[in-house]
Design a protein around this ligand. Structure first.
Ligand SMILES: Cc1cc2nc3c(=O)[nH]c(=O)nc-3n(C[C@H](O)[C@H](O)[C@H](O)COP(=O)(O)OP(=O)(O)OC[C@H]3O[C@@H](n4cnc5c(N)ncnc54)[C@H](O)[C@@H]3O)c2cc1C
Length: 450
């Protein structure tokens, strides 16, 4: 199939005309054209999986699971297989993903190319740390196998490399054993940012999975109030008696759906602050630990299909940055003050703790804290605010996440990603004519001098 069509990713911005190919076999997945990029399930926010005026190779038909060893927990699959399909196979057999983003509707190739992180980054690192091998198509050079030991520089330029080293065909992944399909979770409310950081730092509340929701519209002595959510995979004895005999069965859930794009006025500072008030009060009441199934703990938004439509047809952006330790709490306070005073209403604001950086040359995570905000594009001065936030992020030694980016400048990118020169040397060796390219690569001038 070849089709010329407008294409956008999850946040519906930007929308660009691309030539779409949908190969049936990954051997047809060839970057031997002038300008091509691979695309998974389009769950990135921005232009990483777009190629305006060029070719986009969809990997949705390349979704075969090739090997699953239920004894060692090793899986090899084509890159277009979704994490959802993997979970359906592995959870009933006692395995889980080693690292999982906040949606299961991403492809294996997309998870590697963005080196995604989950709620356990502070304990376990990012996705690439569990990938034992990749098969990669290079322009004009066929296929190459790479791993942390074979062609390691190609491997670590590809993990987090946003699809720009070539097309990932197959991925081998080490899974995590679990005793049940449930998590023992607990919520802890904090009335301001200091309280939230105290909760993150409290060893009694430390858990393999932690994430906090923040009310970005609160200010004054409530600035940064939020709810820390913690959890660990539930052992059999922690499950309710009725569930213990079938610990890997997930309860049926009725998914909701947003049927159409909502009108622009639906999300505004008033509606978001009313939601935040009600949400904070409800969560603050839930003090006791509770048992949640994997899907509702890890992927709460997946139960609302097309939730991106609440931002209307014009779309939105997600701004996700990380600030390194030490100094993260003071820097976050400064950034939150700036965001709260701008009255840009972020319906979703998520704070996570991160552990040390992995080996991916362009990977996002670093030791510190990361905040992600969804922001409507209807606000005319939004990009001006985000440019100011970029300056603060750079000043504090942090960076913006490329998988969530649609508007960063090339100059800011270079200040945020100090290993770009190293990555560029591998890119130039693999793809000297820069045939593998995307709209993001052109915007950030990925390929030009470091
Ligand atoms: C609701 C939601 C929650 C999210 N939560 C998180 C989170 O907690 N943590 C996190 O890290 N991310 C998160 N993300 C972002 C998401 O995990 C990443 O953007 C991921 O890369 C999307 O995968 P995809 O298959 O949709 O890839 P796409 O969006 O299609 O592409 C993303 C990048 O991967 C490249 N790519 C895709 N397939 C291949 C391939 N076969 N070969 C080479 N390159 C390829 C593309 O070229 C592009 O650069 C979230 C996204 C959503 C919508």
């Amino acid at each position: 199939m070849v089709k010329i069509a407008p294409l956008a990713s999850w946040n519906n911005y930007p929308k660009q005309i691309c030539t779409l190919h949908r190969p049936e076999r990954y051997r047809q997945f060839s970057p031997d054209v002038e300008s091509a990029i691979a695309r998974g399930l389009g769950r990135s926010y921005g232009d990483a999986a777009l190629n305006e005026g060029g070719q986009v190779f969809l990997s949705e038909r390349l979704n075969r699971i090739l090997v699953f060893d239920p004894v060692r927990g090793v899986l090899r699959a084509e890159a277009g297989v979704s994490l959802d399909e993997i979970l359906r196979l592995i959870v009933p057999r006692g395995w889980f993903l080693p690292v999982s983003p906040g949606t299961r509707f991403v492809s294996l190739g997309g998870a590697v190319a963005s080196d995604v992180h989950g709620k356990n980054h502070h304990c376990d690192g990012s996705f690439g740390a569990y990938v034992s091998a990749i098969q990669l198509a290079l322009p004009g050079a066929g296929w190459v196998d790479c791993s942390p030991t074979a062609n390691p520089e190609i491997f670590w330029a590809t993990v987090g490399g946003m699809g720009l080293t070539g097309f990932i065909g197959e991925v081998e992944l080490q899974l995590r054993p679990i005793a049940s399909a449930y998590v023992r979770a607990q919520h802890h409310a904090a009335s301001n940012l200091d309280g939230l950081f105290d909760l993150f730092a409290d060893p009694d509340r430390d858990a393999p999975y932690t994430v906090a929701w923040i009310d970005c519209l609160s200010s004054g002595n409530k600035l940064g109030r939020g709810v820390l959510m913690t959890g660990h995979h539930a052992a059999l004895q922690e499950l309710p008696i009725g569930v213990r005999s079938r610990p890997y069965d997930l309860p049926a859930v009725k998914a909701l759906s947003v049927p159409v794009n909502l009108p622009g006025w639906a999300l505004n500072p008033l509606s978001v602050s009313l939601f935040n008030e009600a949400y904070f009060a409800a969560q603050a009441r839930k003090r006791a630990p509770f048992i949640a199934d994997l899907r509702s703990f890890f992927y709460p938004l997946d139960n609302i299909h097309h939730w991106n439509r609440i931002y209307g047809a014009g779309g939105f952006v997600q701004y996700q940055f990380v600030i390194p330790e030490p100094g993260a709490s003071a820097a976050l306070r400064e950034l939150l003050k700036r965001i709260a005073s701008s009255r840009h209403a972020s319906f979703l604001a998520v704070l996570k703790r991160m552990g040390p950086a992995g080996s991916g040359m362009l990977s996002f995570p670093m030791l510190g804290y990361t905040l992600a905000l969804d922001l409507s594009l209807r606000d005319p001065d939004l990009f001006k605010l985000l440019d100011e936030l970029d300056e603060l992020v750079i000043e504090h030694g942090g960076r913006v996440y490329l998988a969530k980016d649609a508007r960063l400048s090339a100059a800011s990118f270079r200040k945020m990603y100090p290993r770009y020169g190293e990555w560029l040397a591998v890119k130039n060796r693999l793809d000297p004519d820069h045939q593998v390219t995307s709209s993001m690569a052109r915007r950030l001038q990925l390929g030009s001098a470091a």
